[in-house]
Design a protein around this ligand. Structure first.
Ligand SMILES: Nc1nc2c([nH]c(=O)n2[C@H]2C[C@H](O)[C@@H](COP(=O)(O)OP(=O)(O)OP(=O)(O)O)O2)c(=O)[nH]1
Length: 152
């Protein structure tokens, strides 16, 4: 049986902005920007993994709110899923895996060189911010927000 591991990324929203993180490793990805997160460990839900990873990597507490619809292939055996999350406390710092962080307004979506596989989820998160319908601005819900397909 082949098991696909989930990498969970956080579309962390705060005051109308999205958090972008520049990877410092591995060499093939260093310098590209991503939604911070990491691998879901055995026995963890994606939401639990996201909270743990962002505590470790950025020193912040986040509340995962809702998944962005879609799943994007990474290297063989790994897929990326993304949750919209709200910054609860702390100021993000690049403690692990990243060397720079930026808060982006919707019109700054294309100002960083996103990893290709992150682009559909970034676009979906920015759409939420533009429309003012992001989950971070309203009470928690259990819905799913529309995502997009990775370019072929
Ligand atoms: N975190 C994250 N990883 C991504 C994204 N897009 C993408 O291709 N990746 C890749 C980079 C890595 O190869 C893998 C995630 O690994 P990671 O190094 O961030 O996760 P981790 O902290 O659990 O890793 P590890 O040190 O336990 O191996 O997925 C993304 O948006 N967020």
């Amino acid at each position: 049986m082949t098991t696909v591991r989930v990498v969970v990324g956080g579309a962390v929203l705060d005051r109308g902005r999205l958090l972008a993180a520049r990877r410092s490793a591995p060499p093939a990805l260093a310098g590209r920007w991503e939604l911070p997160g990491g691998k879901v460990e055995d026995g963890e839900s994606p939401e639990q993994a996201l909270v743990r990873e962002l505590r470790e990597e950025l020193g912040v507490e986040v509340e995962p709110l809702e998944p962005i619809a879609g799943e994007w292939g990474l290297r063989p055996g790994f897929v990326l899923r993304v949750w919209v999350a709200r910054l609860v406390s702390g100021e993000p710092r690049p403690l692990q895996d990243h060397d720079e962080l930026r808060w982006l307004e919707p019109d700054e979506e294309l100002s960083v060189d996103w990893l290709d596989q992150d682009r559909p989820a970034v676009a979906a998160a920015m759409r939420l911010l533009r429309e003012g319908t992001d989950a971070a601005s309203r009470p928690p819900s259990r819905g799913t927000v529309p995502g997009g397909r990775a370019p072929l």
